[in-house]
Ligand binder design. Sequence first.
Ligand code: 2IP
Ligand code: CA
Length: 379
Amino acid sequence: MADLLKLLLRVAEKAANVARVCRQEAPLFQLLIQEKTGVDKNKKFVQDFKTLADVVIQEMIRHDVGAQFPEIIDHIQGEESNKFENGLGESVIVTVCGTEKETAALLATVLDGDQMAATLLACAIHQDATLKLTGTDDLHIPLSPSDLGIWIDPIDATSQYIQGREEVVEEGCLCSSGLQCALVLIGVYIRATGEPVIGVINQPFNHKDPTGWKGKHFWGVSYGSVKACSVLRPKDRPAECPGLSVVLSSSEKQAVKEALAPLCGPDRLMYASGAGYKILCVILGLADVYVLSEGSTFKWDSCGPHALLLALGGGMLDLKECLHFGHCEGGHHDQGELTYHQSHSESTGADRWANQGGLVAYLDCQMLHRVIGELKGKF
Ligand code: 2IP
Ligand code: CA
């Protein structure tokens, strides 16, 4: 399955290219930033261009993975539906076609005949990405494609991507908002158990050099004794530095913020945008723990980054379950690990795939234990 990992890294890079092109090319950028409401709303198609960009990236990943691994194609799910409908009852299924020209023609139908934008977008979708891969060649992952399913978040933290603020941060610090928080997330899980096994994260806007924005990618594999990650596990905190850092959503409940403040101190209780980005902060050691008390993330937000946490010896748990049962024994915490194969049948729409009990992401079980201890009974 190392071939699947390599393919996912390449398609995630292609997705990152599309994300960058949509901000670089003026005709696409104009479409991206204009919020169409009321009378300005595109009369022919209801969705905004940003939804189209998300859908196109998701379908491109589905197309490329399906071509090489047909056994997985019916088990690739994402945040977006590829069906575009308008008020006149017409609908178009947005897919990636066999040729760039055909894709451009199809995209033009949902872009209300804007040939220029459709051509630019189709060109980015059909362009192969070049990526230098390291550490993936010797990997042997004893899994079969017919056992696997995939979750895709084409662009997580879409609002940060659209606003496009360019934040400058010091090395080793997290970015609370801005383009750096926007990520392409792809996660592979075992269909029978829901366990995440392969994760790919691409950060299309990692840093800027004189030629423009440059991205960065991260990957992890966790299956039985096979644990591999492009990121080194951060060093354990020295004993003389007992403080603990937690990253939260700025919209987190006040009770959670207050419960964690004494544990972290003012500088170590941090806020950042993007569910995927906050998990990446834990993976990179920029924060020890990410806590979310609401059911506001979905399987596509967490599956990919979760595999990297597992590869590094950490994990991601359902917060509610953890608060209820939570003990961390023997250095690892198995109870309440999030899974990716079952929907909430009582819910509708995207909520069927929500991480309903909230979540807590960690690398070091001791840190998890301290955070859970503080939160118990507080909200
Ligand atoms: C969002 C995005 C938001 C996050 C939310 C996700 O996904 O990651 O930033 O909220 O949970 O579902 P917050 O930043 O408060 O953590 P998307 O941008 O793809 O809708
Ligand atoms: Ca998301």
